[in-house]
Design a protein around this ligand. Sequence first.
Ligand code: MRU
Length: 343
Amino acid sequence: MQKVIAWQNGAIKLLDQRRLPLKVEYLACKKVEDLAVAIEGLAVRGAPLIGIAGAYGLVLGVWHSDAKNLGADFRKSYRRIKRTRPTAVNLFWALDRMEARFNSLIKSGVAAGSFKKKLLQAALDIHHDDAVTCGLIGRYGAELIKKNAVIITHCNTGELATGGIGTALGVISIAHKMGRVRSVYVDETRPLLQGARLTTWELARQKIPATLICDNMAASLMAAGKIDCAIVGADRICANGDFANKIGTYSLAVNARYHGVPFYVAAPLSTFDVALADGSRIPIEQRKPDEVRRFGQCRTAPGKIAVFNPSFDVTPGKLVSAMITEKGVIRPPFGRAIKGISG
Ligand code: MRU
């Protein structure tokens, strides 16, 4: 497995996902601003991974602080990282967990030297726990996959998006090891091509047979009876089961329901936001118009054409057949089931 993120000598080392699959290059974030820009530019991405990155970012923010500036530097870093991307709740979950640890360390009066090491340990724990969580999601989810399955997935939800084997892609990976996966159709995931650039790269490394399609080709494959199930990840899941994920997930779910294809969501409990009653309240990130006017580096539309470019959409929970978490599989009605596992 390629190391995707690591704390190294007072800096955060990141696999720069903007360069994949053409180059495997690392980025060293020595300041909080470097990390914030890396998150905004999708050098590091995927809901659980930006939570992990944010946690390391708060350590970075105080790593060179002297005792009297610890609090102010921490708060400044917290505010900057919080502003990077609004949709994935894992980021805020991780920042809040780190803030609670920071406050308890302040209260306990630990000396500045060991204070920083203990705060780093809290970030390492978030990273490690996510790896364990991915393994559990993978094992529970693999049980839903029938023998010889052809699966469709959207965006990237694997090692590049988490601290472990991934969520939806982790399920595929374990089901493949169990001999259950015939092949995977990968939505290219316009406009930033996480499917084409990242998921195909991960599947190839694991020798899982994969076929790349444009996002608008899924319905015709389903109509031809060529897909057995769809599995996606999530950036935020509300109390009623509505969830945000990469733009295009909603249409995949509608197509799956119409064609009677089971549609699964794989996500850790850190992706659940039970404070939000339904999906209408999820903040959706709007990104730059040029991401749509261009295909990679190449301009494919008039330079001034108006553009709609939400990074995520909201899929109603009623289109979901089951959700896979580290505590097991839940099925509709999700309101009751989510209350049960998130309590
Ligand atoms: O904009 P991105 O690439 O960060 O979007 C990622 C997704 O939408 C993933 O499906 C989601 O974060 C789940 S990752 C396990």
